[in-house]
Design a protein around this ligand. Structure first.
Ligand code: PMP
Length: 380
């Protein structure tokens, strides 16, 4: 199998599997226990927090573990809503469903919610976003890298622009597709919250983290034993948290080399298919994240192609798998960047990881071209 759907999830590192096993075999104690074994486990969780915080450029007291990015996005976005109906909330139209659906929820509660348009590049339209900010703006939410197109938003610039209009506006950033892929320094970005997910960086599923800037008050979503400083109750996913911090360390240590490798793989993929197929690159070819390649192919349906490729051992996706049951989030995002119906329907997302090889790209391109040409022939 050639796995090219790494934006959906990634293969865990060997080290991650080792840590998971160790913490589920020998060190399975509850970190809130009063005895020594529990205390040792608590210390290990806090060491993981310290490591992740240092890798992300924030203080360990500002980092909380959750069950993943979906929970973390909900925690912050639902946690900052006040009872003041004058407050306004702004969301980038390209956000992941775990943010976009909260926006709809806030709207359904009678609050004023604005959606900021996207540029054809896939980035949020900053001029438009700025025009939405006013004295009542409570929150702006803009993701770092789009999981649909790989477009990169200049978060530092967005924070500066928004805060210069209203310094009290909170800025939330979903950094799931950025962590480990580009340089992330949370303090330097100036955001009020930042979300990361373990399974996108070769860590285990079901664990994530959120940075909440000191002084920003959020109401917890889950009440209970008061773990994670009361922000997120529930016995900690100890093995997951420690394995997550190890995966973050490994991916960030090798970030530059991985980035170079993946850029070469993406370019090789494009070179191989460009003159053989009528293909449109969605976004800015040289500025996008190389990890995510969104293409539109004329005259085919993306879903059909995904199934045909899967039968031949090549795994790609039409877009975000988190929303495959509902109207695809990818369609919302691709429509928002100006794609017509045919381009949206013919879209495909190929996403790489450091585990992919040149041989895999060459082999998958050959199969890709054969299947696309076969489909076009069938239709015409
Ligand atoms: N945000 C983005 C940008 C994502 O790509 C994803 C995963 N598809 C999520 C949030 C949700 O992450 P998790 O699976 O950890 O809930």
């Amino acid at each position: 199998m050639i796995y090219l759907d790494n934006a959906a999830t990634t293969k865990p590192y060997d080290k991650v599997l080792e840590v998971l096993k160790a913490y589920n075999t020998h060190f399975y104690f509850n970190p809130s226990s009063a005895y020594l074994e529990g205390f040792e486990v608590k210390k290990a969780v806090n060491k993981a927090r310290e490591l992740l915080a240092s890798l992300l450029g924030c203080n360990k007291q500002e980092l909380y573990f959750t069950s993943g990015a979906t929970e973390a996005n909900n925690l912050f976005l639902q946690g900052v809503i006040t009872s003041n109906k004058k407050d306004e909330y702004i969301f980038n139209l390209g956000e992941h469903s775990s943010v976009y659906e909260v926006a709809n929820f806030i709207k359904s509660k009678g609050y004023t919610v604005h959606f900021a348009k996207l540029l054809p590049s896939g980035q949020v339209d900053l001029e438009y976003l700025k025009s939405l900010v006013n004295a009542n703006t409570k929150l702006v939410s803009v993701m770092h890298i789009s999981n649909e197109t790989g477009a990169i938003n200049d978060i530092k610039d967005i924070v500066r622009a928004v805060k210069s209009i209203n310094s009290k506006t909170l800025i939330h950033c979903d950094g799931v597709q950025a962590c480990g892929k580009i340089n992330v320094n949370i303090n330097n970005l100036g955001v009020d919250s930042y979300v990361v997910s373990s399974h996108k960086i070769h860590g285990p599923k079901g664990v994530g983290a959120i940075f909440v800037k000191e002084g920003v008050n959020i109401k917890p979503l889950i009440l209970g034993g008061g773990q994670e400083s009361g922000i997120r109750s529930g016995t900690e996913n100890v093995a997951g948290i420690i394995a997550f911090s190890e995966s973050a360390k490994l991916i960030i240590e090798n970030m530059d080399a991985n980035h170079k490798k993946v850029t070469a793989l993406k370019n090789l993929f494009l070179e191989n298919i460009k003159d053989k197929l009528s293909v449109k690159f969605n976004g800015l070819e040289d500025e996008n994240s190389p990890y995510i390649l969104s293409l539109s192919l004329a005259g085919i349906r993306g879903e059909t192609l995904v199934h045909l490729l899967q039968k031949r051992g090549v795994i790609v996706n039409t877009g975000s798998s988190c929303s495959s049951n509902a109207k695809r989030a990818g369609n919302r995002v691709l429509e928002a960047i100006g794609l017509n119906k045919e381009e949206v329907s013919g879209s495909i997302r190929i996403s790489f990881s450091e585990f992919n090889t040149e041989e895999e790209v060459i082999a998958s391109c050959k199969i890709f071209i054969e299947e696309v040409l076969g489909l076009i022939k069938k239709v015409s």
